[in-house]
Design a protein around this ligand. Structure first.
Ligand code: GSH
Length: 228
């Protein structure tokens, strides 16, 4: 048996394209011979650290993205819908507390990532499907509850999310993405014989499949999989 290929997925729930990439990779982790590592990180830090600017600040790009995301959501079968005021959601409110919370959940879950997967999905659903807040503690708790986390885990994660340890862990993950060469999300990192190769965006799956010697079977490789 060949050993599994390790693929890291760096993402932030403020990023709609990351949601698409995340769902596709969660589907393919059971189809391709890969070990998927979820790496929650902070897109604001990647933008700052790489000297990039969010694509939405260029008016024509913003208009293009609005249309592109609609098409992509349908193609990928992800219930993504833009919030009424994307600027407020992405740039004013942001995702720092949400990503610290996801990091705290990951710290508690050490070893597995089922809860991280579920809670990330529920946070995306809040901002990128239901136009709901993800900055208040009550909002994070609501998402976590929906994701199936116990009250104890939610309480602990809310408490530790503000700790230096968790803040540093999120910073480290963000720095790791920058060290790989990140300038945006989603970022997929394939470790080919110990040397990392990066893929940016949710539109590089065919190329990734080619590089890892697997087949791209479209956005829903396993159509019997439960719908979101
Ligand atoms: N073409 C990519 C896709 O289809 O996924 C676009 C991905 C994208 O625009 N990601 C945003 C980003 O970080 C965050 S939602 N962009 C940085 C950039 O475009 O330079």
């Amino acid at each position: 048996m060949t050993s599994k290929k390790v693929i890291e997925l760096f993402y932030d729930v403020v990023s709609p394209y990351s949601w698409l990439g995340f769902e596709v990779m969660c589907r393919y982790r059971h189809v391709w011979n890969i070990e998927l590592k979820l790496c929650p990180a902070f897109l604001g830090g990647v933008m700052q650290g790489s000297g990039n600017k969010p694509p939405g600040v260029v008016p024509n790009k913003f208009m293009y993205m609005t249309k592109d995301l609609k098409r992509a959501a349908e193609y990928f079968d992800v219930p993504l819908q833009a919030p009424a005021d994307p600027f407020e959601v992405m740039f004013k409110k942001g995702s720092l507390s949400a990503m610290r919370f996801v990091t705290a959940v990951q710290e508690q879950e050490k070893g597995g990532d089922k809860l991280v997967e579920q809670v990330s999905r529920e946070l995306w659903r809040r901002i990128w499907s239901e136009d709901k807040d993800i900055t208040e503690a009550a909002s994070l708790a609501e998402a976590a509850k929906k994701a199936g986390l116990s009250d104890g885990v939610i309480k602990d994660a809310l408490e530790t999310a503000a700790s230096k340890e968790i803040k540093d862990k999120l910073k480290d993950a963000t720095q790791k993405a920058l060290d790989y060469g990140a300038f945006g999300f989603p970022l997929l990192v394939y470790h080919r014989n110990g040397s990392p190769e990066i893929f940016f965006g949710s539109d590089r799956f065919e190329l990734l499949a080619h590089c890892i010697g697997e087949k791209w079977l479209g956005p829903r490789p396993n159509t019997s999989a439960a719908k979101l």
